[in-house]
Design a protein around this ligand. Structure first.
Ligand code: ADP
Length: 550
C-alpha cells in the first residue's frame, strides 16, 4: 500500500514538474521579462522619447522644406534683375509688380548709389508707407557694410553655396510682434568688381497667410499618408509663443516638440512646433503602456487557465488509469470467489457423504446463487464493453413495468429474505405501459437491489417502489445501509468509481453497476438520481418518461 502511494505521488510530481518546466517556466519568464521591459520603458519614458524623436524628425524635414522653397523663390527673383539695371527704379518696379509677396526692395551699386522701392499696391496704406520710409532709412547700412558682405557672398558661392542671406526683421505692429524677412543677395548678372547688392523684404502678411501655412499643410499631408496619428504644426517668433501661422487643423494649445530655425536658414528667429491633435504624447504613451499591460495580463490569465485545464485533464486521466487498475483486481477477485465456492460445494456433493438431509438443498442453493452472481457480473462486463465500443443496442417494447418489476424481484425475494432483509415492495396500479428494453431495465433494477444488499450492515431493509409521477414512471430502490457522502454522490455513476470507504472496499464490486444503470436509463430518455445520508441509507430513483413511450 505504501509503495503504491509513493509511486502515485511521484507520478503526480513528475507531471507537475513537466508542466512547470515545459510550459509554465518559459511562459512565466517571458511574461516577467515583458513586464520588466514595459516598466523600464515606463520609467525611462521610452514611448514619449520615441514619439518626440519622430516629431523632431518631422520638424527637421519641415525646416528643410521651408529653406528649399524660400531659396528657390529668391533664386528666381535674382535672375529677373539685369546688370547693370538701368534705369534701376523701373527694373525694381517691374519686380514688385511681378511679385506681390515682396514688400520692399533695394538695389545698391557703389557707383550709382542706393535705390529703394516699396510695393506700389500697398502705398495707400499709411502704416505701410511708414514702414517703407523706415526701411529706406534702415537699409542704408548696406552702403557701409556692402563691400564686406559682397566678399562673403562670392566666397560662399565659390564654396558651392547660395550667395544670399536671410535676416529677420521683427517689429511691433498693433501691439504684437511682426515678422518680415529681408534677403540680401548678389546678382548673377553682375560681376564682383561692380559691387552690386540687391535685396527684398518678404511681406509679413504673405508669409503668415500664404507661405507658412502652405508649407506646414504640405508636410502634414505627406505625414498623414504614412499613417501616423494626426498632428498639427505651427510656427512662432522665438520671443512670442503665439502662433504666427498654423497648419489648417491646428487645435490650439502648446506644441509638444519645438525646433528653432538654424542660423543661416531661411527664417532665423522663428520656431517650428508640433503636437498631436486631440491628444498628448503622454496620453498616447499611457494608452500604449496600458494596452501592453492588459495584453500581458490577458495572456497570463489564458496561460494559467491552459495550465489548469491541462493539469485537470491529465489528473483525470491518471485517476481513470488508477481506477482501471483497481477494476482488474476487483473483477479477478469477484470471479475467483464464486468459482471457489461453486467448486467447493460441488465437490462436497459429489462425494455424497452428507448425512444431514437439508444440507444438499442448501448447497444447491449456494451453487445457484453464486453462479447467478457470476452471470450478473459477466453480463455487466459484457454490457459495459458493448457500451464503451458504442455497440450496445436496445430492444424497445411496450412493457407493463409493474409486472416486470414484480417478476424480477420475485426471483430474488427468497435470497434477499434469507440474508435477513426486511423486504417491502410497493407497486402502484396506475402505472401505464412504457416502451423499454425489458432485459436492460431488469438488469438496472438488479444492480440497484444488489447494491442495496451489498452496502447494508446492521439495519437490513430493502424497499422497492414503482409509481407514476408528473409524466414519468419512477422506480425507487431504498435501503437503510451505509449511505454515500454527498461529495461522492455524483462520482458513483462514473465508470470504475467506487467510494474510498473501508466499508466499501471490504465489499466486492467492479465499479461498473451504476455507470451501466445510468447509461441504460439515459438511453430510455430518463435519468437516475440518488439521495443518501451516510449511516442512514440511500434511495436510488430511476425516472422513465411516459411521453416518449406513448
Ligand atoms: P460496485 O461494483 O462497486 O458496487 P457500482 O457502480 O454499483 O459499483 O457502485 C459504485 C459505488 O457506489 C460503490 O462502490 C459504492 O461505494 C457506492 N454505492 C452504490 N450503491 C450504494 C448503496 N446502496 N449504498 C451505499 N453505497 C453505494
Amino acid at each position: 500500500m505504501n509503495g503504491k502511494k509513493r509511486r502515485r505521488w511521484s507520478e503526480r510530481t513528475r507531471m507537475l514538474l513537466t508542466l512547470q518546466l515545459a510550459v509554465v517556466l518559459p511562459a512565466a519568464a517571458l511574461i516577467v521579462a515583458s513586464i520588466l521591459n514595459l516598466r523600464d520603458i515606463q520609467r525611462g519614458r521610452g514611448v514619449e522619447a520615441t514619439i518626440q524623436r519622430d516629431f523632431m524628425h518631422v520638424l527637421k524635414i519641415t525646416e528643410k522644406t521651408f529653406n528649399e522653397r524660400a531659396f528657390k523663390t529668391v533664386a528666381k527673383m535674382r535672375e529677373k534683375i539685369p546688370c547693370p539695371a538701368e534705369p534701376v527704379s523701373a527694373t525694381m518696379d517691374a519686380l514688385l509688380e511681378k511679385y506681390p509677396m515682396v514688400a520692399h526692395a533695394f538695389y545698391y551699386c557703389p557707383a550709382s548709389g542706393l535705390v529703394v522701392r516699396s510695393q506700389p499696391r500697398r502705398m495707400g496704406d499709411i502704416e505701410f508707407r511708414h514702414a517703407a520710409e523706415r526701411f529706406a532709412s534702415d537699409i542704408r547700412w548696406v552702403k557701409t557694410e556692402g563691400k564686406g558682405m559682397l566678399e562673403k557672398f562670392f566666397k560662399m558661392e565659390q564654396e558651392g553655396g547660395d550667395p544670399f542671406y536671410f535676416y529677420n526683421m521683427i517689429s511691433k505692429r498693433e501691439g504684437r510682434l511682426n515678422y518680415e524677412s529681408l534677403v540680401v543677395s548678389t546678382l548673377p548678372a553682375c560681376g564682383k568688381e561692380q559691387g552690386v547688392l540687391a535685396g527684398v523684404v518678404l511681406d509679413s502678411d504673405f508669409l503668415k497667410e500664404a507661405f507658412f501655412p502652405a508649407v506646414l499643410d504640405s508636410i502634414l499631408e505627406k505625414q498623414g499618408e504614412q499613417g501616423s496619428n494626426p498632428a498639427g504644426m505651427m510656427i512662432h517668433i522665438k520671443k512670442d509663443s503665439t502662433p504666427l501661422a498654423t497648419s489648417a487643423d491646428w487645435d490650439g494649445g502648446e506644441p509638444e516638440v519645438e525646433k528653432a530655425f538654424e542660423p543661416g536658414s531661411a527664417f532665423p528667429g522663428l520656431v517650428l512646433g508640433i503636437k498631436f491633435r486631440g491628444t498628448t504624447i503622454e496620453a498616447m504613451s499611457n494608452r500604449f503602456l496600458l494596452n501592453s499591460f492588459l495584453i500581458i495580463g490577458g495572456l497570463s490569465i489564458f496561460l494559467a487557465f491552459g495550465v489548469w485545464l491541462t493539469y485537470r485533464n491529465v489528473s483525470r486521466e491518471m485517476a481513470l488509469a488508477r481506477l482501471k487498475a483497481d477494476f482488474v483486481a476487483n473483477v479477478s477477485h469477484e470471479l475467483r470467489t464464486p468459482l471457489a465456492l461453486i467448486r467447493l460445494y460441488a465437490e462436497t456433493l459429489e462425494m455424497g457423504r452428507l448425512t444431514n438431509p437439508d444440507k444438499p438443498q442448501e448447497y444447491y442453493r449456494i451453487i445457484r446463487e453464486e453462479s447467478e452472481r457470476l452471470s450478473a457480473l459477466i453480463n455487466n462486463i459484457l454490457d459495459f464493453s458493448r457500451i464503451e465500443a458504442g455497440r450496445k443496442e436496445y430492444d424497445f417494447h411496450e412493457t407493463n413495468l409493474a409486472e416486470l418489476v414484480r417478476s424480477t424481484l420475485e426471483a430474488y425475494r427468497y435470497q434477499i429474505e434469507q440474508n435477513g432483509f426486511a423486504f417491502e415492495s410497493r407497486i402502484a396500479d396506475d402505472v401505464p405501459p412504457v416502451r423499454v428494453d425489458r432485459e436492460a431495465i431488469a438488469r438496472s433494477l438488479l444492480n440497484l437491489v444488489n447494491n442495496a444488499v451489498k452496502y447494508s450492515s446492521n439495519d437490513k431493509f430493502l424497499g422497492v417502489n414503482l409509481y407514476r409521477a408528473n409524466g414519468s414512471v419512477k422506480l425507487e430502490v431504498v435501503d437503510h445501509g451505509i449511505g454515500i457522502p454527498s461529495a461522492e454522490q455524483n462520482k458513483i455513476f462514473e465508470k470504475f468509481y467506487r467510494v474510498g470507504d473501508p466499508l466499501v472496499h471490504n465489499t466486492k464490486g467492479s465499479g461498473l453497476g451504476l455507470s451501466l444503470v445510468r447509461h441504460i436509463v439515459q438511453a430510455h430518455g430518463g435519468n437516475v438520481s440518488v439521495e443518501s445520508t451516510p449511516g442512514k441509507g440511500s434511495k436510488f430513483t430511476i425516472a422513465l418518461p411516459i411521453a416518449a413511450s406513448a
